[in-house]
Write a protein that binds this ligand. Structure first.
Ligand code: BG6
Ligand code: MG
Length: 218
């Protein structure tokens, strides 16, 4: 068993895809005559695609047959993928490679723990796939964050005890999931929103190598 393992959320931690989710949901919301704002989009962070559509329908006071629901899910994802298609390494958030390089150099296992079903193509697009020893995403889990399932599976695949896993997350549901899994949680973003995290940083530029050495026990 490895001493420690690092688990990264994708959207909002490694890449800023929230803006693309926002544009794709906004387009669908227009069909529902609903003015979808950036504030609404905050509610969608870390939340599965299906749950997002449930929330949107609720906000728009709309209902859908099962068939219509599925059609809208496909439509939203098609529009989202059109944005993803154009992504490249320039969209990696600042200093993410610094942290990943440090971990790789020190042979520390790295997992992705994301709610997205598009995680693999996004990592390919931004050229980071090779850093990850395992990818646990929306296709691998039955229970969404804040359930710890995604991170517990990641820990198992990395062969690291959950209490020795360190999770980077930008969503409240993700911090709750890491805490519920008995892992060390690191909030990336607004500390007031992510106040349940064990540590808080606005972004990876605030994380220095000494801090990583301490966490990684190297
Ligand atoms: C999460 C995002 O990472 O993935 C959510 O924060 C998104 O906003 C969820 O809804 C599911 O993503 P996808 O790519 O499967 O639609
Ligand atoms: Mg996220």
């Amino acid at each position: 068993m490895h001493k420690v393992g690092f688990i990264f959320d994708l959207d909002g931690v490694i890449v800023d895809t929230a803006k693309y989710h926002y544009l794709a949901w906004k387009k669908l919301a227009e069909e529902l005559n609903f003015d979808f704002t950036k504030e609404h989009n905050e509610l969608f962070k870390g939340v599965s695609r299906k749950r997002c559509l449930d929330i949107l329908l609720n906000l728009a006071d709309a209902t859908a047959t099962e068939e219509q629901f599925d059609t809208w899910m496909v439509e939203k994802n098609r529009d989202y993928l059109a944005y993803i298609e154009k992504m490249d390494a320039s969209e990696i958030l600042p200093d993410v490679p610094k942290v990943l390089d440090f971990l790789k150099t020190n042979n520390i296992p790295i997992a992705l723990g994301s709610a997205s079903k598009n995680a693999q193509p996004i990592l390919e697009k931004v050229n980071l796939l090779s850093y990850f020893d395992t990818i646990i995403d929306g296709n691998s889990v039955s229970k969404a964050k804040p359930d710890p399932e995604v991170f517990l599976i990641a820990a198992e695949k990395l062969d690291v005890a959950p209490k020795n896993c360190i999770v980077f997350e930008d969503a409240v549901a993700g911090i709750e999931a890491a805490n519920a899994g008995n892992m060390t949680s690191i909030g990336i973003g607004d500390a007031k929103i992510l106040q349940e995290a064990d540590y808080n940083f606005n972004d990876f530029t605030e994380i220095d190598l000494d801090f990583l050495r301490k966490l990684a026990k190297v």
